[in-house]
Design a protein around this ligand. Structure first.
Ligand code: GDP
Ligand code: MG
Length: 237
Protein backbone atom coordinates (compact mmCIF):
# COMPACT_ATOMS: atom_id res chain seq x y z
CA UNK A 1 0.00 0.00 0.00
CA UNK A 2 1.32 3.43 -0.91
CA UNK A 3 1.81 5.90 1.91
CA UNK A 4 0.28 8.72 -0.11
CA UNK A 5 -2.25 9.07 -2.94
CA UNK A 6 -2.36 12.37 -4.79
CA UNK A 7 -5.75 12.97 -6.38
CA UNK A 8 -5.80 15.52 -9.20
CA UNK A 9 -9.08 16.44 -10.92
CA UNK A 10 -8.53 17.65 -14.44
CA UNK A 11 -10.38 19.17 -17.34
CA UNK A 12 -8.09 20.08 -20.23
CA UNK A 13 -4.99 20.45 -18.07
CA UNK A 14 -2.49 18.56 -20.23
CA UNK A 15 -0.02 21.47 -20.44
CA UNK A 16 -0.11 21.91 -16.66
CA UNK A 17 0.05 18.18 -15.82
CA UNK A 18 3.06 17.79 -18.08
CA UNK A 19 4.95 19.97 -15.58
CA UNK A 20 3.10 19.10 -12.38
CA UNK A 21 3.42 15.30 -12.48
CA UNK A 22 7.23 15.22 -12.84
CA UNK A 23 7.42 17.93 -10.14
CA UNK A 24 5.37 15.74 -7.78
CA UNK A 25 7.47 12.66 -8.59
CA UNK A 26 10.54 14.66 -7.68
CA UNK A 27 9.09 16.24 -4.52
CA UNK A 28 7.85 12.90 -3.16
CA UNK A 29 10.64 10.69 -4.44
CA UNK A 30 11.32 9.50 -0.89
CA UNK A 31 7.66 8.77 -0.03
CA UNK A 32 5.86 5.79 -1.55
CA UNK A 33 3.06 7.40 -3.50
CA UNK A 34 0.65 7.13 -6.41
CA UNK A 35 -0.98 9.80 -8.58
CA UNK A 36 -4.62 9.53 -9.62
CA UNK A 37 -5.77 11.92 -12.33
CA UNK A 38 -9.57 12.12 -12.46
CA UNK A 39 -10.10 13.48 -15.90
CA UNK A 40 -13.32 14.81 -17.44
CA UNK A 41 -12.62 13.04 -20.74
CA UNK A 42 -10.47 15.98 -21.84
CA UNK A 43 -9.98 16.08 -25.60
CA UNK A 44 -6.49 17.60 -25.19
CA UNK A 45 -4.65 14.30 -24.77
CA UNK A 46 -4.53 14.24 -20.96
CA UNK A 47 -5.09 10.48 -20.86
CA UNK A 48 -2.29 9.78 -23.34
CA UNK A 49 0.05 12.04 -21.39
CA UNK A 50 -0.72 10.21 -18.13
CA UNK A 51 -0.18 6.85 -19.80
CA UNK A 52 3.14 8.05 -21.19
CA UNK A 53 4.27 9.35 -17.81
CA UNK A 54 3.12 6.11 -16.19
CA UNK A 55 5.46 4.17 -18.45
CA UNK A 56 8.26 6.24 -16.93
CA UNK A 57 7.18 6.39 -13.28
CA UNK A 58 4.83 3.38 -12.93
CA UNK A 59 2.57 4.95 -10.29
CA UNK A 60 0.05 7.02 -12.27
CA UNK A 61 -3.55 6.10 -12.95
CA UNK A 62 -6.09 8.04 -14.94
CA UNK A 63 -9.82 7.73 -14.40
CA UNK A 64 -11.95 9.18 -17.15
CA UNK A 65 -15.53 10.31 -16.77
CA UNK A 66 -17.52 12.38 -19.20
CA UNK A 67 -20.22 14.18 -17.32
CA UNK A 68 -18.98 14.31 -13.76
CA UNK A 69 -18.51 17.64 -12.10
CA UNK A 70 -15.85 18.43 -9.52
CA UNK A 71 -17.47 16.85 -6.46
CA UNK A 72 -18.11 13.60 -8.31
CA UNK A 73 -14.61 13.59 -9.72
CA UNK A 74 -13.07 14.06 -6.28
CA UNK A 75 -15.20 11.32 -4.70
CA UNK A 76 -14.27 8.93 -7.46
CA UNK A 77 -10.58 9.73 -7.00
CA UNK A 78 -10.75 9.33 -3.22
CA UNK A 79 -12.52 5.98 -3.57
CA UNK A 80 -9.85 4.71 -5.96
CA UNK A 81 -6.98 5.87 -3.72
CA UNK A 82 -4.99 3.14 -1.99
CA UNK A 83 -2.72 5.35 0.10
CA UNK A 84 -2.89 5.85 3.84
CA UNK A 85 -3.09 9.61 3.22
CA UNK A 86 -4.88 11.35 0.35
CA UNK A 87 -3.60 14.70 -0.92
CA UNK A 88 -6.23 16.46 -3.02
CA UNK A 89 -5.08 19.30 -5.28
CA UNK A 90 -6.03 21.21 -8.43
CA UNK A 91 -3.90 20.24 -11.41
CA UNK A 92 -3.40 23.68 -12.96
CA UNK A 93 -0.14 24.55 -11.15
CA UNK A 94 -1.97 26.92 -8.80
CA UNK A 95 -0.36 25.14 -5.86
CA UNK A 96 3.31 24.36 -5.40
CA UNK A 97 4.85 20.99 -4.59
CA UNK A 98 6.63 22.81 -1.75
CA UNK A 99 3.23 23.47 -0.14
CA UNK A 100 2.25 19.84 -0.88
CA UNK A 101 5.25 18.72 1.13
CA UNK A 102 4.23 21.06 3.96
CA UNK A 103 0.76 19.49 4.00
CA UNK A 104 2.34 16.06 4.21
CA UNK A 105 4.74 17.11 6.99
CA UNK A 106 1.86 18.58 8.98
CA UNK A 107 -0.42 15.53 8.80
CA UNK A 108 2.50 13.34 9.87
CA UNK A 109 2.35 15.22 13.18
CA UNK A 110 -0.93 13.44 13.91
CA UNK A 111 -3.95 15.10 12.31
CA UNK A 112 -6.88 13.63 10.39
CA UNK A 113 -7.27 16.54 7.98
CA UNK A 114 -4.95 19.43 7.13
CA UNK A 115 -6.30 22.19 4.92
CA UNK A 116 -4.13 24.52 2.82
CA UNK A 117 -5.35 27.98 3.62
CA UNK A 118 -5.09 30.93 1.24
CA UNK A 119 -6.84 33.34 3.59
CA UNK A 120 -4.94 33.02 6.88
CA UNK A 121 -1.79 34.85 7.96
CA UNK A 122 1.08 33.83 5.70
CA UNK A 123 -1.29 32.54 2.99
CA UNK A 124 -1.55 34.17 -0.39
CA UNK A 125 -4.18 34.42 -3.13
CA UNK A 126 -2.62 35.78 -6.28
CA UNK A 127 -5.05 37.92 -8.26
CA UNK A 128 -3.52 39.58 -11.29
CA UNK A 129 -6.56 39.42 -13.56
CA UNK A 130 -9.79 41.37 -12.86
CA UNK A 131 -11.81 38.14 -12.84
CA UNK A 132 -9.45 36.53 -10.34
CA UNK A 133 -9.76 39.60 -8.12
CA UNK A 134 -13.55 39.17 -8.11
CA UNK A 135 -13.05 35.45 -7.39
CA UNK A 136 -10.73 36.31 -4.54
CA UNK A 137 -13.18 38.76 -2.99
CA UNK A 138 -16.05 36.26 -3.25
CA UNK A 139 -13.83 33.54 -1.80
CA UNK A 140 -12.64 35.71 1.10
CA UNK A 141 -16.16 36.92 1.93
CA UNK A 142 -17.66 33.43 1.64
CA UNK A 143 -14.99 31.91 3.84
CA UNK A 144 -15.35 34.64 6.49
CA UNK A 145 -19.10 34.07 6.46
CA UNK A 146 -18.61 30.36 7.05
CA UNK A 147 -16.23 31.03 9.97
CA UNK A 148 -18.83 33.38 11.50
CA UNK A 149 -21.80 31.06 10.93
CA UNK A 150 -20.24 27.72 11.77
CA UNK A 151 -17.54 28.67 14.25
CA UNK A 152 -14.85 26.40 12.83
CA UNK A 153 -11.14 26.97 13.26
CA UNK A 154 -10.33 26.55 9.56
CA UNK A 155 -10.29 29.66 7.37
CA UNK A 156 -10.52 28.24 3.85
CA UNK A 157 -13.37 25.89 3.04
CA UNK A 158 -13.54 26.10 -0.73
CA UNK A 159 -9.95 25.17 -1.48
CA UNK A 160 -9.12 21.88 -3.20
CA UNK A 161 -5.74 21.71 -1.50
CA UNK A 162 -5.73 19.48 1.56
CA UNK A 163 -4.49 16.20 2.92
CA UNK A 164 -6.43 13.67 4.99
CA UNK A 165 -6.37 10.11 6.18
CA UNK A 166 -8.08 7.75 3.77
CA UNK A 167 -10.13 6.58 6.76
CA UNK A 168 -11.79 10.02 6.84
CA UNK A 169 -13.83 9.31 3.73
CA UNK A 170 -14.80 5.93 5.12
CA UNK A 171 -16.05 7.61 8.32
CA UNK A 172 -17.84 10.66 6.95
CA UNK A 173 -20.19 10.23 4.03
CA UNK A 174 -19.74 12.90 1.38
CA UNK A 175 -22.95 13.53 -0.50
CA UNK A 176 -22.41 16.70 -2.52
CA UNK A 177 -21.44 16.41 -6.15
CA UNK A 178 -20.42 20.04 -6.75
CA UNK A 179 -17.79 22.38 -5.24
CA UNK A 180 -19.58 22.43 -1.88
CA UNK A 181 -18.17 18.95 -1.23
CA UNK A 182 -15.00 20.79 -0.13
CA UNK A 183 -16.83 22.51 2.72
CA UNK A 184 -18.92 19.40 3.45
CA UNK A 185 -15.73 17.41 4.13
CA UNK A 186 -14.36 19.93 6.64
CA UNK A 187 -17.67 20.38 8.43
CA UNK A 188 -18.40 16.66 8.74
CA UNK A 189 -14.84 15.90 9.85
CA UNK A 190 -15.19 18.57 12.54
CA UNK A 191 -18.57 17.26 13.71
CA UNK A 192 -17.18 13.72 13.79
CA UNK A 193 -14.54 14.94 16.27
CA UNK A 194 -11.56 14.60 13.94
CA UNK A 195 -8.32 16.52 14.45
CA UNK A 196 -8.20 19.43 12.00
CA UNK A 197 -5.34 21.78 11.21
CA UNK A 198 -4.49 24.32 8.56
CA UNK A 199 -1.31 25.68 7.07
CA UNK A 200 -0.94 28.87 5.01
CA UNK A 201 -0.44 28.24 1.29
CA UNK A 202 0.03 30.27 -1.86
CA UNK A 203 -2.57 30.10 -4.61
CA UNK A 204 -1.21 31.29 -7.95
CA UNK A 205 -2.94 32.12 -11.19
CA UNK A 206 -3.17 28.93 -13.25
CA UNK A 207 -0.16 28.48 -15.56
CA UNK A 208 -1.96 27.35 -18.78
CA UNK A 209 -5.55 27.15 -19.98
CA UNK A 210 -8.72 28.66 -18.59
CA UNK A 211 -10.68 28.41 -15.36
CA UNK A 212 -13.61 25.99 -15.44
CA UNK A 213 -15.32 27.64 -12.52
CA UNK A 214 -18.71 29.09 -13.40
CA UNK A 215 -18.09 31.87 -10.92
CA UNK A 216 -21.51 33.37 -10.40
CA UNK A 217 -23.72 30.29 -10.65
CA UNK A 218 -21.31 28.24 -8.53
CA UNK A 219 -20.97 30.95 -5.89
CA UNK A 220 -24.73 31.41 -5.69
CA UNK A 221 -25.23 27.66 -5.40
CA UNK A 222 -22.52 27.49 -2.74
CA UNK A 223 -24.20 30.17 -0.60
CA UNK A 224 -27.60 28.46 -0.99
CA UNK A 225 -26.21 25.10 0.06
CA UNK A 226 -24.65 26.67 3.16
CA UNK A 227 -28.09 26.69 4.72
CA UNK A 228 -28.60 23.00 4.03
CA UNK A 229 -25.42 22.38 6.07
CA UNK A 230 -26.81 23.98 9.24
CA UNK A 231 -28.44 20.80 10.61
CA UNK A 232 -25.14 18.92 10.19
CA UNK A 233 -23.32 21.44 12.39
CA UNK A 234 -25.25 20.40 15.45
CA UNK A 235 -25.58 16.69 14.99
CA UNK A 236 -23.11 13.84 14.73
CA UNK A 237 -22.54 12.22 11.32
N1 GDP B 1 -12.66 15.99 -13.50
C1 GDP B 1 -13.05 17.27 -13.41
N2 GDP B 1 -12.16 18.23 -13.07
C2 GDP B 1 -12.59 19.51 -12.98
C3 GDP B 1 -13.93 19.87 -13.24
N3 GDP B 1 -14.04 21.22 -13.08
C4 GDP B 1 -12.82 21.67 -12.73
N4 GDP B 1 -11.93 20.65 -12.68
C5 GDP B 1 -10.51 20.70 -12.29
O1 GDP B 1 -10.50 21.20 -10.96
C6 GDP B 1 -9.42 22.10 -10.74
C7 GDP B 1 -9.95 23.46 -10.35
O2 GDP B 1 -10.64 24.04 -11.43
P1 GDP B 1 -10.30 25.49 -12.01
O3 GDP B 1 -10.95 25.64 -13.33
O4 GDP B 1 -8.83 25.72 -11.99
O5 GDP B 1 -11.04 26.44 -10.94
P2 GDP B 1 -10.47 27.77 -10.31
O6 GDP B 1 -9.09 27.50 -9.81
O7 GDP B 1 -11.44 28.11 -9.21
O8 GDP B 1 -10.48 28.77 -11.42
C8 GDP B 1 -8.62 22.10 -12.06
O9 GDP B 1 -7.58 21.15 -11.96
C9 GDP B 1 -9.67 21.67 -13.09
O10 GDP B 1 -9.10 21.07 -14.22
C10 GDP B 1 -14.85 18.83 -13.61
O11 GDP B 1 -16.03 19.04 -13.82
N5 GDP B 1 -14.36 17.56 -13.66
MG1 MG C 1 -7.54 26.89 -10.92
Amino acid sequence: MARLSLVLPSMNEKANLEILIPDIEHAFSKVSHEIIVVDAHSPDGTKELCEKLNRKYGNIRVIQRTKYDLGHALKEGYAAARGFFILSSDSDLSFSTKDMRSLYAKIEQGYDLVVGCRHSKGGRYEAKQPLTLIKYLISRTGNRLIVALFGLKVHDFSVNFRIFRKSLIETVRLRRSDNSILFEMILKAHVAGMRLAEIPVTFRERRFGRSKLKLFSESLKFFMTLFSFFPIRWKRV
